[in-house]
Design a protein around this ligand. Structure first.
Ligand code: SF4
Length: 292
């Protein structure tokens, strides 16, 4: 990879020589493989989602709950064959799906590994779990390989996107990326067990003191997608010890959360997944210090 332009950062890094802005080097690095029980019920089910946590992230939010791996410095190196084997091993262990978490810097190898795994018997749905900060051209490499897209839509405000993720163009980039995801897979479809089989579910994490922007995110969603679109409104924001930016030092309040839910309902959205307020606990954040 002489110069990488896989994501909107377009940093042009020669990843064979060193990491790009996302922390990714040439080969995929995986920080953790696990059966994840704390995703949405239609993803985790009863046996867990087969999560593959990639190391490195092209968005790099200051409040990241996975900060151990955000910078790309943790995990084991994989090639396409090894990744394909990992997907099959997760299927064998009972995972309801393969859940690719922040795979954006590695999409060409991930696509190759999915093709190999499917040829070798991978039959469970493939979930692409994304920050939303993605290029349409890169996502097209996954067309026909991903069954369920699970993108964040974090901000509309360029000021918040700049302050918290150093990505003032986040809203326009995410809007185009999520539209491409919707083009590929359509609305969320559940199987007879209530598990995601195909489609799009948009996540929005409500940040403390930022409920006005949450309402603007919902405005954008109803402008671009049917009112039946699946939206997951997340209350789980948990302050990290290293985060000092105001107002990120606290959890959201029940009042903030209720106001965003009420607004979503007032817009006519009706497939809304909400969380209990006690979801904002560190114990629900995977630990990356364990050996894979
Ligand atoms: S994926 Fe990483 S290396 Fe490639 S353009 Fe984006 S930030 Fe740079």
């Amino acid at each position: 990879m002489a110069s990488c332009y896989l994501c909107p950062r377009a940093c042009g890094a020669d990843r064979s020589a060193g990491p790009g802005l996302c922390g990714a080097q040439e080969r995929p690095r995986v920080a953790k493989l696990m059966l994840h029980h704390w995703e949405e019920p239609f993803i985790s089910g009863t046996r867990g989602s087969g999560a593959v946590f990639f190391s490195g992230c092209n968005l790099g939010c200051v409040y990241c709950q996975n900060h151990e791996i955000r910078d790309g410095g943790a995990g084991e190196w994989y090639d396409a064959d090894a990744l394909s084997g990992a997907f099959l091993a997760l299927q064998q262990s009972g995972a309801h799906n393969i859940n690719l978490v922040t795979a954006a810097p590695y999409v060409p190898t991930v696509a190759e590994s999915l093709n190999k795994a499917k040829a070798a018997g991978l039959s469970i749905p493939v979930v692409y779990n994304s920050s939303g900060y993605e290029l349409v051209e890169t996502l097209r490499q996954l067309d026909g390989l991903v069954d369920v897209y699970l993108p964040d839509w974090k901000y509309v405000s360029p000021l918040l996107a700049k302050k918290f993720s150093n990505a003032p163009d986040y809203a326009e980039v995410a809007s185009s990326a999520i539209a491409e995801m919707f083009r590929q897979v359509g609305e969320l479809q559940l199987d007879e067990d209530g598990l995601a089989a195909r489609g799009l579910a948009i996540r929005h994490l409500i940040l403390p003191g930022c409920a006005d922007d949450s309402r603007r995110v919902l405005d954008e969603i109803v402008t671009r997608f049917p009112l039946s679109i699946q939206v997951s409104l997340m209350s789980q924001y948990t302050p990290q010890p290293n985060v000092t930016e105001f107002p990120l030092h606290r959890k959201i309040t029940a009042r903030e959360y209720d106001r965003v839910i009420s607004y979503a309902l007032s817009l006519g959205l009706y497939n809304i997944l909400i969380q209990q307020m006690d979801a904002a606990q560190a114990k629900f954040t995977p630990q990356f210090t364990d050996k894979i």
